[in-house]
Write a protein that binds this ligand. Structure first.
Ligand SMILES: *Cc1c(COP(=O)(O)O)cnc(C)c1O
Length: 376
């Protein structure tokens, strides 16, 4: 059996090596390492794929979130509502900009922002909402957008884990996640569903004025070279990364399909036991399985994690410490009493390998060992 990895970007690269190597060689020959033609080409293709008017490429997903928040003219102390059950980048940039992250609970089935908790958290200082499409499942955007309209709030979608995910509205219309809010932010970190060979990120919007501002902020606040109208930052997607991403984007649907078949295999294997809750997929959402995350019932989760490691099966806890209990936010004084669902999930989740290069032998090996452990 091939060794099992949490992600296998090397095998994935092997299958598109010729195309990718040629594209990288072209960048090297052109020497246009910064803002070469592949950057705009990729941005255009991605706009078309996601279904937005504007895509602003940037250096990474964290920058994408930061630049999005910088463009909204928020004032220090303004409140931004986000889930605690997410990767730290989502909430860290809020604090970095001297805004106040207000943590809310998630729906324990979807791991995404709970609209009822969101509504309760709104105060006169609330300016923005940052829903996260965690693990590749969409947050309930229709309800979130309705609340945002009601209270006049901005919505920044953290789409780092869900590129390619379809969202179905009540009227039957479908839009990609990242294209629904005021602004969408995504990451091309190598292990993401659309991963570069290094860092990368992008910002989406349908608002042309906002797009110009986002573009300026990512480029030292300038439109005209050396004339700096706004305080911005330096956040660019390298030409080499854009060239790689342009090719990988043409495979993204196939990659997400491969992830879905891994999930389907796991779902069927784990249906035999009540001790494992497999990922829930809401009627409004597709699932692109950036992670395949189980909730364990009456199982020693850390014991399973160690047992699998002994069998050469990697598994991960995403994330071992939720935002509200991170030391960087200790001054908020939040405890389990404030976020019981988040802490409950944090103790019970475990993510199994899911990527585009898994074979049935590996899946059979993983599922039989997981079942061995939970049924002992
Ligand atoms: C990966 C990720 C980010 C940040 O992306 P980077 O490119 O690593 O900066 C932000 N939010 C979520 C939910 C992520 O998974």
């Amino acid at each position: 059996m091939r060794p099992i990895q949490m992600v296998d970007t090397r095998t994935q690269y092997g299958k598109i090596k010729k195309e990718v190597d040629t594209a990288i060689q072209e960048v090297l020959d052109s020497a246009a390492y910064i803002n070469g033609k592949p950057v705009q080409d990729f941005a255009n293709s991605l706009s078309q794929y996601v279904g937005v008017k504007h895509t602003i490429p940037c250096a990474n997903g964290t920058d994408a979130l930061q630049i999005a928040m910088m463009a909204l003219d928020l004032q220090p102390g303004d409140e931004v509502i986000t889930p605690s059950f997410t990767y730290i980048a989502t909430t860290e940039v809020v604090a970095l900009l001297r805004l106040k992250p207000v943590f809310v609970e998630v729906d324990p089935r979807t791991f995404c922002m709970d609209p009822a908790a969101l509504r309760k958290a709104i105060t006169p200082r609330t300016k923005a909402i940052v829903p996260v499409h965690l693990y590749g499942h969409a947050a309930p955007m229709e309800e979130i957008m309705a609340i945002a309209r009601e209270f006049g709030l901005y919505v920044i979608e953290d789409n780092a884990q869900a590129i390619g995910c379809d969202y179905r509205f009540a009227d039957g219309s479908v839009q990609k996640t990242g294209s629904i809010g005021t602004i969408g932010a995504t990451s091309f970190y190598p292990s993401k569903n659309l991963g570069a060979f290094g860092d990368g990120g992008a910002i989406f919007t349908n608002d042309t004025e906002l797009a110009n501002k986002l573009k300026m902020i990512a480029n030292h606040g300038q439109q005209k070279r050396y004339y700096h109208e706004l305080v911005g930052c330096n956040s660019r997607l390298d030409t080499i990364q854009a060239a790689v991403l342009g090719i990988k984007l043409t495979h993204l649907d196939a990659y997400n399909k491969a992830r879905k078949s891994v999930a389907a295999y796991y779902n069927e294997a784990f249906a035999v036991t009540e001790k494992i809750t497999t990922p829930f997929v809401a009627a409004y959402s597709d699932h692109v399985y950036h992670q395949y995350t189980l909730v364990l019932n009456d199982v020693d989760r850390d014991g399973l994690n160690s047992y699998l490691a002994e069998q050469q099966i990697p598994s991960m806890i995403y994330y071992p410490v939720p935002g509200h209990r991170q030391q960087m936010f200790a001054s908020f004084g939040l405890t389990t009493a404030d976020m019981p669902t988040t802490d409950w999930l944090t103790e019970r989740v475990i993510s199994l390998p899911v990527h585009t290069e898994m074979d049935e032998e590996q899946l059979a090996y993983i599922t039989s060992h997981v079942l061995n452990y939970v049924n002992q």
